[in-house]
Design a protein around this ligand. Structure first.
Ligand SMILES: [Zn+2]
Length: 67
């Protein structure tokens, strides 16, 4: 599992990344992803993280600036 996790966190291919960001379900096992949103009112950012509890893979980790 450690090898898989590293692979997913190091995905640099833009197309692959965009595809993964559209998913609500794990691309590996189809389980519903746990999506966490964390607002930072001081920095004005919204952090989004999607995690598959089944594969123990984090598939999405973005930070957006709120307006
Ligand atoms: Zn999975």
């Amino acid at each position: 599992m450690k090898k898989d996790k590293e692979y997913f966190e190091n995905v640099q291919n833009r197309h692959q990344k965009e595809f993964m960001e559209l998913q609500d379900h794990c691309t590996l096992c189809g389980a519903l992803l746990e999506v966490k949103h964390q607002k930072d009112p001081y920095l004005g950012t919204l952090k989004e993280e999607a995690y598959c509890p089944h594969c123990e893979v984090r598939t999405r980790n973005t930070q957006n600036i709120l307006h």
